[in-house]
Ligand binder design. Structure first.
Ligand code: GLV
Length: 322
């Protein structure tokens, strides 16, 4: 019987799909991210054939060797930087992701962060709750209009393209972008302008939104030097992966007024925040929920289970990344 280990509770649909195929499915008994040690311990309990993993599971050579019967890791996430793809390839292990699951919602969340900053929603909400509102005042909470401003997108895959569409069509923003490959559809459909370097995007944009995968090359893509290139009035939005931004450098830049604000859904050392970040008034922070809708989570369960089923039925695996 095919044995699957699911590293954390996910929507029932995924588990039901696997069990309906006659697979033996075990779900982690701990409703929290597993440490590498715990993951290895769980995986060594039985000779599992497949794992439905989460983005918090560190799956490296050590895990792969410790769980030598596992032939496929079906990651329940759009990103898959938690899995060492090179090591998986070396061992002929299949890795899949859930690319459709919540990508459009991430674009909406990026806009939620942009608008929260530009309309000062969180500051205003705190002010109201503290009973500080004494009547309409023309001098309080001046925000920033985003229509006519420039949105810079770094990384224009599915999510980056969804942001471009919303920016150009919904918010009347100009769009500039950088990616390693030019995205002609984005230029044609949304008037996006390709800039040859991330530096140029940082210099020209009023809002910079990051949508790159986390790799060695993109780790600390946004560092002290690059933050210094941004406009003093600009906002930085990160819904990709925390380590893309040097968070300590960001805190320093926000304190110094190098940039005006940041909207972050992901953090360099999740769930920890860089020292001083949570004290800053010019940041909006959300707990890695950019794709968190019931529909998206359901979709992700369906896609991840579907990848496992296809693999064990010997069909082409739909969302194979290695
Ligand atoms: C969330 O961050 C995902 O990669 O799906």
């Amino acid at each position: 019987m095919t044995k699957i280990f699911v590293t954390r509770k996910i929507p029932d649909l995924g588990i039901t799909m696997l069990r309906e195929k006659g697979f033996e499915v075990d779900v982690s008994s701990k409703n929290r991210p597993l440490t590498k040690r715990e993951l290895i311990k769980f995986l060594q309990k039985k000779s599992y054939d497949g794992v439905l993993s989460l983005l918090t599971d560190p799956i490296d050579a050590e895990v792969m060797d410790a769980a030598s019967t596992v032939k496929i890791y079906a990651n329940y996430a759009i990103g898959f930087n938690n899995i060492d793809i090179t090591e998986a390839k070396k061992r002929g292990i299949i890795v899949t992701n859930t690319p459709g699951g919540g990508a459009d919602r991430v674009a909406e969340h990026a806009f939620a962060l942009i608008l929260a900053l530009s309309c000062r929603v969180v500051e205003g909400d705190n002010f109201m709750r503290k009973g500080k509102y004494k009547g309409w005042d023309p001098m309080i909470f001046h925000g920033t209009k985003i229509a006519g401003k420039t949105l810079g997108i770094i990384g224009t895959g599915r999510i980056g393209a969804d942001i471009a569409k919303r920016a150009a069509r919904g918010f009347e923003m100009k769009v500039v972008y950088y990616d390693v490959v030019r995205n002609e559809a984005l230029e044609r459909d949304f008037g996006a302008v390709f800039l040859a370097t991330p530096e140029e995007v940082l210099k020209q944009s009023d809002v910079v939104s990051l949508h790159v995968p986390l790799t060695k090359e993109t780790t600390h893509l946004i560092n002290r030097e690059r933050l210094a290139l941004m406009k003093k009035t600009a906002f930085l939005i990160n819904t990709s992966r925390g380590p893309v931004v040097d968070e300590t450098a960001l805190v320093a830049a926000l304190k110094a007024g190098t940039i005006a604000g940041a909207g972050l859904d992901v953090f360099e050392r999740e769930p920890k925040l860089a020292k001083g970040l949570a004290k800053l008034p010019n940041v909006v922070l959300t707990p890695h929920i950019a794709s968190a809708t019931a529909e998206a989570r359901h979709d992700m369960a369906r896609l991840a289970a579907g990848n496992l089923i296809a693999f064990f039925e010997g069909r082409a695996v739909p969302n194979k990344v290695s």
